[in-house]
Ligand binder design. Structure first.
Ligand code: AMP
Ligand code: TRP
Length: 323
């Protein structure tokens, strides 16, 4: 299967990103034809620091590699290096009703809090272009991207019915439990890169930091360690994280922790997180010292992506009468 996913270069990757997205990619790379993209052009739709952007892009590539993506098996590249993304975005703009864009939940949220610009509104069309350029069948993402993939699907169908069969209609792949890891300081909100540092566990937090953050994670006044997402969002979120990192079902974790205090459960969880994240910290150091190698991987990735994208673009333009 052809798989495509993207991640923004800004913000530090947290365990929500890992459990909701990156971990799936690593599992998928062995049996599929995978393309992973660092979407720098999406990142600039909200205020950002232009002096930092290029470094953040490189750092995300390091993180992908440190997390276990194998450049022999997958294509890793930077969105702005393949011009077809913006070109296709423009063409798709012309067949997308404005109403569909104004409906997007993420747009509504961002437009409220950040400076609204046209890029923010068109964001999902660029994302559709990313996906459709490569005849993507499956898009592994977190729950928050479901609506965007649906829009990409609508755009593909509309294009196909207007101009003739051209695009593969993609489907999202969303892990049930990992799909929404919640903030550890406010478990009613999702863990997010743009929130405070205390609310998320970064993939590269030091062991001391992880212990401190988990110790002060918000729970409740009950005494038992039981999953109940509605009534007890805090402890449920911690159970989810424990379950996913240890590959154990939630019910099993509940059994294991029966009779234990929140304090000792949290201590065990912190040690589990530290142990699971240890390889990332080590490998990240290693790749950070091999910048030339990482750049070479990105260069080869964009060459491969460019050649796939170019042939799709010429088909699309041909169908649209642009010759
Ligand atoms: P972002 O942090 O918005 O660049 O998202 C990168 C990827 O991680 C996307 O596939 C998101 O759906 C996923 N993701 C982001 N936050 C979470 C979260 N709290 N829980 C699960 N997945 C998430
Ligand atoms: N919008 C996605 C996010 O914030 C990132 C993204 C851009 C993406 N293009 C994509 C994800 C294509 C999947 C496929 O998480």
């Amino acid at each position: 299967m052809r798989i495509f996913s993207g991640i923004q270069p800004t913000g530090e990757l947290h365990i929500g990103n890992y459990l909701g997205a990156v971990k799936q990619w690593i599992d998928l790379q062995n049996e599929n034809d995978c393309i992973f993209c660092i979407v720098d052009l999406h990142a600039i739709t909200v205020p950002y620091d232009q002096r930092e952007l290029a470094d953040l892009v490189l750092e995300k590539a390091v993180i992908y590699l440190a997390a276990g993506l194998d450049p022999e098996k997958v294509i890793i590249f930077v969105q702005s290096q393949v011009k077809a993304h913006t070109e296709l975005c423009w063409l798709l703009n012309t067949i997308t009703p404005l109403g569909e864009l104004y409906r997007m939940t993420q747009y509504k949220e961002k437009a409220r809090s950040k400076n609204e610009n046209a890029g923010l509104l068109n964001y999902p069309i660029l994302m559709a272009a990313d996906i459709l350029l490569y005849d993507t069948e499956i898009v592994p993402v977190g729950e928050d991207q479901r609506q965007h993939v649906e829009l990409a699907r609508n755009i593909a169908r509309r294009f196909n019915s207007t101009f003739g069969e051209t695009f593969t209609v993609p489907k999202e792949k969303i892990l049930k439990e990992g799909a929404r890891i919640m903030s550890i300081t406010d478990p009613k909100k999702k863990m997010s890169k743009s929130d405070s540092k205390e609310s998320a566990i970064s993939l590269f937090d030091s062991p001391e930091n992880i212990r401190k953050k988990i110790k002060s994670a918000v729970t409740d006044t009950y005494k038992t360690i039981k999953y109940d997402k509605e009534k007890r969002p805090g402890i449920s979120n911690l159970l989810t994280i424990y379950s996913l990192l240890s590959n154990t079902k939630i019910e099993e974790v509940e059994k294991e922790m029966k009779g234990k205090s929140y304090k000792s459960f949290k201590e065990e969880l912190a040690e589990l997180i530290i142990k699971e994240l240890e390889p990332f910290r080590k490998k990240r150091k290693e790749f950070l010292s091999r910048e030339v190698y990482v750049r070479e991987i990105l260069k080869q990735g964009s060459e491969k992506a460019n050649s796939l994208a170019a042939s799709k673009m010429s088909e699309v333009k041909g169908k649209m009468g642009i010759k």
